[in-house]
Design a protein around this ligand. Sequence first.
Ligand SMILES: NC(=O)C1=CN([C@@H]2O[C@H](COP(=O)(O)OP(=O)(O)OC[C@H]3O[C@@H](n4cnc5c(N)ncnc54)[C@H](O)[C@@H]3O)[C@@H](O)[C@H]2O)C=CC1
Ligand SMILES: O=C(O)[C@H]1O[C@H](OP(=O)(O)OP(=O)(O)OC[C@H]2O[C@@H](n3ccc(=O)[nH]c3=O)[C@H](O)[C@@H]2O)[C@H](O)[C@@H](O)[C@@H]1O
Length: 442
Amino acid sequence: MRITVAGAGNVGLVTAVCFAEAGHQVTCLDTQKEKIEMLEKGQSPFFEPGLEPLLEKNLASGKLRFSTNPRQAYRDAEIIFIAVGTPEKKDGSVDLSYIYIASYHIAENIENDVIVCTKSTVPVGTNEIIKQIFQNRKPRHLKVDVVSNPEFLREGSAIMDFYLGDRIVIGADNPEAASIMEQLYLPLKIPIVVTDIKSAEMIKYASNAFLATKISFINEIANLCEKVGANIEEVCYGMGMDKRIGANYLQPGVGYGGSCFPKDTKALVQLAGNVQHPFELLESVIKVNQHQHSLLVRKAKEMFGSLKGKKAAVLGLAFKPETDDVREAVSLTIIKELLEEGSMVTAYDPIAIPNAHKLIGNSIEYTTNIHEALKEADFAVIATEWDQIKHLPLDAYIAYMKEPIIFDGRNCYALKDIQRYPITYVSIGRPTILNAKPAQRL
Ligand SMILES: NC(=O)C1=CN([C@@H]2O[C@H](COP(=O)(O)OP(=O)(O)OC[C@H]3O[C@@H](n4cnc5c(N)ncnc54)[C@H](O)[C@@H]3O)[C@@H](O)[C@H]2O)C=CC1
Ligand SMILES: O=C(O)[C@H]1O[C@H](OP(=O)(O)OP(=O)(O)OC[C@H]2O[C@@H](n3ccc(=O)[nH]c3=O)[C@H](O)[C@@H]2O)[C@H](O)[C@@H](O)[C@@H]1O
């Protein structure tokens, strides 16, 4: 198949590279010239494990090409994936301008019948508008089928998710177009759900909102555990064994971040509001999450009284491990609040510093050396569960910090390990350990 992918972001690039790897002739188009120039040299503009080798291989074989030229990219495509951004507007609704502009470009440049497949996350009803755009703007003799094909990959495991996803969703009005899309995905041997377009659009939002709900729910239980003296680790283990509940997305922490859960939950609340159906449950999920982002700074204030003049080591900037993405990362809220309290911050991250620097600027110090971040710090805040942090010997906190006081937002350490060291340790949903001494060993 001749495939074109509009958008060389996380979703677009992974889609383009993986379909090229599957033997299709793929062109990936982006409006950002610098991005395309990097990609033409085989360099990914963002970090995603396993992506760059596939990129280099498929560029070399000629299966994958990059372009900024809509005519060249769309002219003879048989399937076009729209994978452009759908960011959040100030009021929480979705900015669909990139989707519409991409649709205009497609309509104005195609020379063949084509299936246009929306991979971007778009509110229910958007593909109807995309259809209208094609009806109004495409050459009259050409046939355009619009299909919804929402994406479920996670950053940091995107390539694996492409090959081993739980399901592929195809929303189509035309059975012929649905069947072509099914054929395209068949070699992956992943269950395919074929449905109508609006249901496909809703499956995406409902899935992300449900996962976000699970996270806020467990965070509320964790907060409750602290109040009543239970241990969230034991609780999650016991709950997760029930297959109806499942152990995934039950990891308590400082709340969810990233480019999708925060924006998609707000978008679904907006969508519900638009049809006079207040989504109170999801509104609470969002509120709980915002509250959770501030939890560790609140706890630090409780411990120190004032954080003014204190030196804080923030460990982890990325919104999760194995990515350099800092969009809606909890670290950003933690750092903002620490600075407002008058603390001095040194942040550690193995790969996300350039992206974080673009948002935070020079108001904090950055380092890729974790010991450097801990040096002379009054307290450490763990925001991302990088392996480098989880495997850091606990001696390092004692050796480098003024006082080994850790606020762990990702429950990186086992309490029994912490108890062997003279460390004060505050985590999520588990008992606080106050300066345990070797004598207190379990
Ligand atoms: N980031 C992720 O892991 C996932 C994202 N999604 C959804 O997929 C969509 C894309 O997300 P990301 O890849 O993170 O976006 P992104 O913001 O990283 O990348 C979007 C790219 O589209 C390009 N673009 C904008 N207008 C264009 C046009 N007219 N023609 C060609 N390129 C254009 C931009 O320059 C940018 O490089 C969003 O709707 C998102 O909600 C869905 C699943 C996973
Ligand atoms: O629509 C999207 O963009 C994607 O959003 C999420 O993927 P992603 O944001 O890449 O990352 P996740 O691994 O789901 O983590 C999201 C956030 O939830 C947090 N999280 C996750 C799991 C958990 O148990 N607890 C928890 O706090 C993570 O720390 C992170 O901040 C979904 O998992 C994907 O299926 C979806 O395609």
